[in-house]
Design a binder for this molecule. Sequence first.
Ligand SMILES: NC(=O)c1ccc[n+]([C@@H]2O[C@H](COP(=O)([O-])OP(=O)(O)OC[C@H]3O[C@@H](n4cnc5c(N)ncnc54)[C@H](OP(=O)(O)O)[C@@H]3O)[C@@H](O)[C@H]2O)c1
Length: 248
Amino acid sequence: MDKLIAVVTGGTRGIGLAIAESLVKRDASLAITYKGEDKDAVNARRHLESFKKDNQCILTLKGDAGDSGVVAEHYNTVRSKLGPVNILVNNAGIMPARSFDEISVQDWDETLRVNLSGAFYWCRQVVPDMKATNFGRIVNISSLAARGGGVVGPHYAASKAGMLGLTRYAAKELGFNGITVNAIAPAFIEDAGIFAQWTQEKRALLKEKIFVPRLGNALDVVRAFEYLLDSPFVTGVTLDVNGGAFMI
Ligand SMILES: NC(=O)c1ccc[n+]([C@@H]2O[C@H](COP(=O)([O-])OP(=O)(O)OC[C@H]3O[C@@H](n4cnc5c(N)ncnc54)[C@H](OP(=O)(O)O)[C@@H]3O)[C@@H](O)[C@H]2O)c1
């Protein structure tokens, strides 16, 4: 593939930003999306621009990845400014902690809409262009919670498990078009999401759940992503990036 053109949803911080950085270093032009935090978007753009060459372009697009109309608009913008996308990373996710006692129907719907429907909406946009060029890489950022249940709640576990079904179905249908579709199931990534706010003492407790001497970081997820990017014979898999926690 001559020119890499990528979309990373939720690319303004954490895991999404680390993946976006890896893509910029590989000479991709890309769009990162976000919903709420303009300050993060400005910082992310500045950070990514520090790695880019003159022929690369970086877009930041604000809007809800769980809204099919917004996703269609975003894709039109990406297509007209960068060209047809050949790499999609469905990373945007929310994780409001709710037990069965606490969860409302609204919590359930919102989490499924952003985490799972959003990934489907983006796939739907990019697949025709990937088919047209016989090349594509789709990577869905799931979670240990998809198979282990996790601690966030039923809505989050179900949304992340749904991503694995979407991944495997899409991998089967799209493989003959040169499009691979895979998932990464991270956990305990200490420099991203909720764990980044935790104290060292609180993080130390997480180490009891894993089988390696340290917690994960966004770069560990980037390594898995780069492997999938470079592996045309690997499709439909879920890479566990969680210090062995899946074995519990
Ligand atoms: N950190 C971990 O240990 C861990 C473990 C397992 C799985 N994951 C998964 O990894 C992914 C990234 O998580 P992270 O830890 O890097 O989280 P994070 O730091 O909270 O980043 C989330 C990103 O998604 C964006 N976002 C949130 N809601 C959105 C929406 N409706 N539309 C578009 N963008 C939206 C956020 O931007 P705004 O806030 O500005 O909208 C931000 O850019 C998530 O899918 C998460 O479930 C993380």
